[in-house]
Design a protein around this ligand. Structure first.
Ligand SMILES: [Ca+2]
Length: 253
């Protein structure tokens, strides 16, 4: 971890940018770019971060993992991420234990063709239009996606889930919405409905769950308005009908 932080600091220093980081683990515990931490139990596709100028789009998908008997568990975990900017190719990283390294990467090029990769393909790093992807030289299970703006994501496979770390340049401040928060240096306003209504940073898990459902609804509204922003082109491995079970999965205390 120490070496990783040093490496990021060096990278940011070279870019003359201050980096802010967000991260989350399984049964998603999210830490926003402003450092607000919460537990999120939504099931489906969500806006993790969208820049208000509509340039950067970063989505995440949660699913219910299978247990050793092949049955769906009552947990939700992040299973896929998708990302693009308005002048880049589109990328998708999916947890896939049938491939080496458990990460299946698909890049959809601006000419509408696409190609699949595994982590070994990024040993030397590959440059795409508007983004680059490389295997981390700190943790060789990790894929690092970097955009020229300084925004970068690191995806690491866990046990039937994906872990994520995000670095954002200060240029993104006052220009984000989504589950990674309203990035402005203020922790207490990170949980906002898409209409801008702020909910309390002391919100219950149930209130946060409903916020997440709004974020999901917002994602679908974006799709209706701008179909090209449907970043995921692979269906979830669990049926869409399972999304209706989301409420039942969460036992709010
Ligand atoms: Ca904030």
């Amino acid at each position: 971890m120490y070496n990783e932080l040093v490496l990021k600091s060096v990278k940011c220093h070279i870019l003359f940018q201050i980096c802010f980081e967000a991260w989350f683990f399984g049964d998603p515990h999210i830490s926003t770019l402003d450092g607000f931490q919460y537990t999120f139990n939504g099931l489906g596709d969500y806006v993790l971060l969208r820049s208000l100028d509509d340039f950067l789009h970063f989505h995440g998908r949660t699913e219910r993992p299978l247990n050793t008997d092949g049955e769906l568990t009552n947990a939700t975990v992040f299973s896929a991420f998708a990302f693009k900017t308005n002048d880049s190719d589109s990328g998708q990283i999916v947890y896939d234990d049938s491939v080496s390294g458990n990460l299946s990467v698909t890049v959809s090029f601006r000419n509408s063709s696409c190609r699949n990769y595994t982590i070994e393909d990024f040993n030397e790093g590959l440059d795409f239009t508007g983004m680059s992807i490389e295997r981390s030289d700190v943790n060789n299970n990790t894929i690092v996606v970097s955009f020229p703006s300084g925004f970068s994501i690191e995806v690491t496979p866990g046990i039937k889930l994906l872990q994520l770390s995000v670095s954002a340049p200060d240029d993104l401040m006052n220009n984000t919405e989504g589950l990674l928060g309203t990035f402005n240096g203020i922790k207490t306003d990170d949980l906002q409905y898409p209409n801008g209504t702020v909910i309390s940073s002391n919100a219950t898990e149930e209130e946060i769950f409903h916020l997440g459902q709004e974020c999901k609804g917002f994602l679908f509204k974006i799709f209706r308005q701008v179909p090209s922003l449907r970043l995921f082109w692979r269906s979830p491995s669990t049926s869409i009908s399972h999304h209706n079970l989301a409420q039942k999965l969460v036992s709010f205390s």
